[in-house]
Design a protein around this ligand. Sequence first.
Ligand SMILES: *Cc1c(COP(=O)(O)O)cnc(C)c1O
Length: 392
Amino acid sequence: MPTNPYAWLDDSLQTIHRADWYRSVQTIQGRPGATVLLAGREVINFASNDYLGLAGDERLIQAGVAAIQELGTGSTGSRLLSGHRELHRELEKAIASLKQTEDAVVFSSGYLANLGAIAALVGKRDLILSDQYNHSSLKNGAILSGAAIIEYPHCDVTTLKTYLTQQRQNYRRCLIITDSVFSMDGDLCPLPALLDLAEEFSCMLLLDEAHSTGVMGKTGAGCVEYFGRTGQQLIQIGTLSKALASLGGYVAGSATLIDFLRNRAPSWIYTTALSPADTAAALAAINIVQQEPQRRDQLWQNVAYLKQLMSEHLPNLKFLPSASPILCLQLPSATAALTTGKHLKAAGIFAPAIRPPTVPTSRIRISVMATHEPKHIEKLVAALNQINRHLR
Ligand SMILES: *Cc1c(COP(=O)(O)O)cnc(C)c1O
């Protein structure tokens, strides 16, 4: 009797369940914001990447609606064939202006931007050095490229230097890839040291600014600006789907780099151009990021307030080191993370449990928004305090 070739799927799912690694979707209703409707109940939203609170902003909504009215719903083709619109170019110029780079190119998502850029920049004869905690899109981009990959311990520039000393001369090109704000941890990459190593060992450096665009730096340009390295040659990737509240990704850098990617990045060439609504909404968001620095100020005030309340009221809870609006409560197991997430939800707080294999250790990930009110932050701390007392 031939065995059912799909039977392993059930077994595999059961293993996932047993480890408490099983995941499923949760339905949000209505517009996104500092509070959202989750299964019909209003909860305070600490689960969103909409750091500036723009995803429900009337101006972005109107820009999207107007673009659909004028240009239709779909872009109907790839950029190089029939999908290119003036609006795409306007958005790319706005990104380059925000990032203070010569040029930029938009992709259909940040994930695709990483896959396409990495696969275009290195190949079989080359070496990639990758931070152990990098986002999935960087890791899979590295695999797709066919280059040799060495992972270095998280933010460990000493070990990175050792690897470069031992290995660099065996390869043609070398690319260092890293998140700038680590998405599931909230800490920052050691950018100045990475730039120095890149120069010393003649490596390219690719920085994923997904969580820092609109958030970090005086003008919201990201971690490059935060570290005072604006204008330095490197490859900056980002997304339009976090602080910019739309959908899509980008690469920003020198005009030569961008021109090269338009000719060589497979996930840009062979996919449909960004839709008019997404493009217009992202463009409206960049205008707001540039014209309303008070939103970013408010975000950082909220982060400071939350950190202050945490140190006053939750001194024995362990939070991962963070220099961003992402704050992670460390928990001993996936089960503990799930239980804490459930208690929080019962208390009207939406903050997800993040478990392996996404991260090595389980945690609750809290992300702060500019549009949170002091009472939202106070309720979060009160809920954590209660849960903490129960769990001890
Ligand atoms: C979210 C994220 C991406 C992917 O961006 P999308 O536009 O959502 O595909 C890439 N890198 C990092 C670090 C991210 O956090």
